[in-house]
Design a protein around this ligand. Structure first.
Ligand code: ADQ
Length: 503
C-alpha cells in the first residue's frame, strides 16, 4: 500500500471520513467532506498524499485504505481513555476554553496532560511511518500542538507546517497553562506556524520569544503579518528562532470556504421553505455547533427582548440550527439545556399555534438544505463570544450573490476583520446585539441600497479569498521554508538548551 512513500501528509484529529460498521460487521466509510478536504484534495491527489487521523470510532483499528482519488487514509486508534482524557479532557475542557479567552474556566489535570502527550506521540509516530524522505507534513489544530516538536526529533528531514483553527490567546491568559513551555516548544518544531489573524500570530511571537530564551529574537513585530496579494509574492514576514536555532516562520492565513461548494438553491426551494415557515415577513437565521463560545443564548435573549418591545415585524421567525457537539462535556450539556429552555420560553410567550417564534433544530442538516436556509434568511445572526474565523458568516455571504440579506456579526469572530460591512456588535452587550439586529431590519426596509452594497462587498471578499487561496498561500510558505532550510548554514544543535520559562 506504499505506506511510507507519501510526499505530502496532512495530519488532523479526524480523518475526512467516518467509520461505521455494516450489518455484516465490515467497516464502511462515510465521507465527511469539509472545506479543508476540498482545499487539500488536489494537492493530496497530485502528490501521492496521505491523511492521518482518527476514524471517529473508539478502539477501532481499521486498515489504511486509498480513496478513489488515490489518497491514503491512515487511521490512528484512540481508546476510550484517550477519547476521555486527550479529546474531551485536555483538548476540549483545557485548551478550548483557555484559547477562547476563558468564556468558561479551563480545567487543568495532570492526567489529561499525560494523555495529550501520549496521543500526540501516537499521531507523530503514524506520520513518521507514512512520510517519505523529505516529505511535507501539514499538522492541523489545537489537538496536535506537540506533533511538530516530536516529529522534528524523529524525522529532521521533514518540512513541517502547523495551522491553528481556533484563536491563540494573549500571553497573559496562555501563561495560566501549567504546561505552557512544552506547548510552545512543541509548536516551534514546525518550519511554519499559521494562525487566522495577525493578533493571534503576535500573541504567539511574544510567547515564543520568551520560551526560546532570547526575548526579542523574532524579527520584530512587523506592521502586517497578513498574507495578502498574489500567492506568488507572498512571503512570511515574521520569524522566530527556535531553541535549537532554526528559523520558524509565523504568519496570518485567514481561512475561507470552498465557494463552489455552497450551492445556490433553486428559487422554488427557497419559496417552499418560506411557505413552510408560514410566509413570514422576516426570517432570522442562526447556524452553529452547539458550543458555549457561539453566543446562541445571548442571541435568543436579544430576540426575546426585541419581540417584547414590539421592535420586529409581526410575522418574524427565528430559525436556529444547532449541531450537536461534545455532548458528554458538562458545559456543553448546560449550554444545551439553557438554549432549549430559552426556545421553550420564547415560543410559550410569543408563538401561536402553527407559528412558533423560534424554529429550533438540534441536528446536522445536508449542505443543500443549509444552502436553502442561507438563501431564505433575511438576516443571519453570527454572535460568538470568540471564534477563530467562523465559516458560517462566509457561507452566508457566498449564498447572496445578488446582495440580498444582511449579516449581524460579532466583533470577536475572526471573520469580522474581513467583513467590516457587516452589522458588527459586541456579543457581551445585549443592547448592542439588539441595536445591530434593529439596524439591519430597518435598513433592509428603508435603505435597501445600503444593505445591498454591504452584502455585495462581503460576497466579493469571499469570492476573491476562498479556501483554495488559503491552502495555496500556506503551502507556498512551507515551500519557501523548505528552500530556506536547504540553503541555511546548519544551526548549532542544542535540543536540550535551557529555555526561559514563558513567564
Ligand atoms: P467551528 O467552530 O466548527 O470551526 P465554523 O467556522 O462556523 O465553526 O464552521 C462550522 C461548519 O460546520 C460550517 O461549514 C457550517 O456550514 C457547518 N455546520 C454548522 N452547523 C451545521 C449543521 N447543523 N448541519 C450541517 N453543517 C453545519 C473551527 C473554528 C472556527 C474556524 C473553523 C475553520 O472554531 O473559528 O472558522 O474551525 O478553521
Amino acid at each position: 500500500m506504499g505506506e511510507s512513500k507519501n510526499n505530502f501528509v496532512v495530519v488532523a484529529n479526524r480523518l475526512p471520513v467516518d467509520m461505521q460498521r455494516g450489518e455484516d460487521g465490515s467497516p464502511q466509510w462515510v465521507p465527511s467532506p469539509g472545506g479543508l478536504v476540498a482545499a487539500l484534495s488536489p494537492v493530496l491527489e497530485s502528490q501521492q498524499g496521505c491523511w492521518v487521523g482518527w476514524p471517529g470510532v473508539i478502539d477501532e483499528s481499521p486498515e489504511p485504505f486509498r480513496t478513489e482519488g488515490g489518497v491514503l487514509l491512515y487511521p490512528v486508534t484512540l481508546s476510550a481513555e484517550d477519547y476521555r482524557d486527550f479529546y474531551e479532557g485536555f483538548s476540549n475542557a483545557t485548551l478550548w476554553p483557555l484559547y477562547h479567552d476563558l468564556i468558561v474556566t479551563p480545567e487543568f489535570h495532570r492526567e489529561w496532560w499525560a494523555a495529550y502527550r501520549e496521543v500526540n506521540l501516537k499521531f507523530a509516530e503514524a506520520v513518521a511511518h507514512v512520510a517519505a524522505e523529505g516529505a511535507t507534513v501539514w499538522v492541523q489544530d489545537y489537538q496536535l500542538q506537540l506533533v511538530p516538536g516530536i516529529l522534528r526529533q524523529m524525522r529532521p528531514d521533514l518540512t513541517i507546517g502547523f495551522f491553528l483553527h481556533i484563536p491563540f490567546p494573549s500571553p497573559d491568559l496562555f501563561r495560566q497553562l501549567p504546561w505552557r513551555e512544552e506547548v510552545v516548544r512543541g509548536l516551534l518544531g514546525a518550519d511554519v506556524i499559521g494562525f487566522h489573524l495577525e493578533d493571534n500570530a503576535r500573541n504567539f511571537l511574544t510567547l515564543a520569544a520568551q520560551v526560546s530564551g532570547s526575548a526579542g529574537s523574532h524579527t520584530g513585530l512587523p506592521d502586517t503579518l497578513r498574507t495578502t496579494g498574489e500567492v506568488s509574492t507572498r512571503a512570511l514576514t515574521a520569524h522566530v528562532t527556535a531553541p535549537d536555532g532554526r528559523r520558524v516562520g509565523v504568519g496570518a492565513f485567514p481561512i475561507s470556504i470552498d465557494v463552489e461548494a455552497v450551492p445556490l438553491p433553486k428559487e422554488e426551494k427557497v419559496a417552499a421553505l418560506r411557505r413552510d415557515l408560514g410566509d413570514p415577513d422576516l426570517i432570522l437565521l442562526g447556524v452553529d455547533r452547539l458550543d458555549y463560545t457561539k453566543g446562541i443564548l445571548q442571541r435568543l435573549r436579544a430576540y426575546e427582548e426585541l419581540l417584547a418591545a414590539g421592535a420586529l415585524p409581526p410575522k418574524t421567525v427565528f430559525l436556529q440550527i444547532a449541531t450537536p457537539s461534545r455532548e458528554r462535556i458538562e458545559h456543553y450539556r448546560r449550554t444545551r439545556s439553557r438554549v432549549e429552555e430559552a426556545v421553550g420560553r420564547i415560543n410559550g410567550q410569543y408563538g401561536t399555534p402553527g407559528r412558533p417564534a423560534v424554529e429550533y433544530l438540534h441536528r446536522s442538516v445536508p449542505k443543500s438544505t443549509l444552502a436553502t436556509y442561507y438563501a431564505a434568511a433575511d438576516i443571519m445572526l453570527v454572535t460568538p463570544f470568540k471564534d477563530g474565523m467562523n465559516l458560517v458568516a462566509k457561507e452566508y455571504a457566498a449564498a447572496h450573490p445578488d446582495g440580498s440579506g444582511a449579516l449581524v456579526l460579532s466583533e470577536f469572530a475572526g471573520a469580522a476583520e474581513e467583513f467590516p460591512q457587516a452589522y458588527l456588535c459586541n456579543p457581551f452587550d445585549l443592547e448592542a446585539i439588539k441595536r445591530s439586529i434593529h439596524r439591519a431590519v430597518t435598513d433592509l426596509r428603508a435603505n435597501p441600497e445600503e444593505t445591498r452594497a454591504r452584502m455585495t462587498a462581503m460576497h466579493r471578499q469571499v469570492h476573491s479569498h476562498d479556501v483554495n487561496l488559503w491552502a495555496r498561500s500556506f503551502l507556498s510558505s512551507m515551500e519557501q521554508a523548505r528552500n530556506a532550510a536547504r540553503t541555511a548554514p546548519t544551526p548549532p544543535t542544542e535540543p536540550g538548551a535551557p529555555a526561559t520559562e514563558a513567564r
